[in-house]
Write a protein that binds this ligand. Structure first.
Ligand SMILES: Nc1nc2c(ncn2[C@@H]2O[C@H](COP(=O)(O)OP(=O)(O)O)[C@@H](O)[C@H]2O)c(=O)[nH]1
Ligand SMILES: [Mg+2]
Length: 176
């Protein structure tokens, strides 16, 4: 089993994606420009996307974390990125119910591209305005089998918990 995990960290604007990656990354988080190339009927198309990138080693496993940019462009470039990923985390700001529909859209978008394991991280649960996990689940309605877990992206132990959970989902998938 490979010890390399490519994970997308997505979520609405201000949900905590950059904080999540910065808190845990072993390297300084960089906003990288990535060149993405696709080929359709022999014609190569290339574009550059900017995304937060971090890397962390957890229990001997190497995780590459790619945070989607604030204003995600919902086009085929995301599909290409998604296709090389082993799993997704959808971060949601628990204090911002108006952002829940966008989180639901992101779940549909990324899970539609590629059948990779994912979970929903209910972020900012340390703040007084955070709604309960069950309210957040009702607002996003990800399906009964999808894990929704609390998260505080500015706390390393919390980010670690979320990542270990995603690794478990990916390993389960890899072993079947
Ligand atoms: N209290 C608290 N603040 C958070 C948490 N996660 C992110 N933030 C703050 O929320 C704001 C937006 O976070 P950021 O990572 O920039 O969101 P992004 O747009 O998804 O990259 C920043 O001021 C963060 O410090 C959290 O779990 N708890
Ligand atoms: Mg950001």
């Amino acid at each position: 089993m490979s010890n390399l995990y490519k994970i997308i960290v997505t979520g609405p604007f201000n949900s905590g994606k950059t904080a999540f990656i910065s808190t845990i990354s072993d390297i300084a988080v960089v906003t990288t420009e990535r060149k993405i190339t696709t080929e359709d009927r022999g014609i190569k198309a290339e574009t550059t996307v900017a995304m937060d990138y971090g890397r962390v080693e957890l229990d001997g496993k190497v995780l590459h974390l790619n945070g989607t940019p604030g204003q995600a462009r919902f086009d085929f470039m995301w599909e290409i990125l998604a296709n090389e990923m082993n799993g997704f985390i959808v971060l949601v700001d628990s204090t911002d119910p108006p952002s829940f529909p966008e989180a639901a859209d992101l779940i549909r978008l990324f899970s539609g591209f590629h059948d990779a394991p994912y979970l929903v991280a209910a972020n900012k649960t340390d703040l007084p305005g955070a709604v309960s996990l069950s309210e957040l689940r009702r607002g996003i309605d990800p399906g009964a089998d999808v894990t929704v877990m609390p998260c505080v992206a500015i706390q390393k132990s919390s980010v670690r918990q979320v990542l270990l959970q995603v690794i478990e989902l990916i390993d389960k998938r890899r072993s079947v």
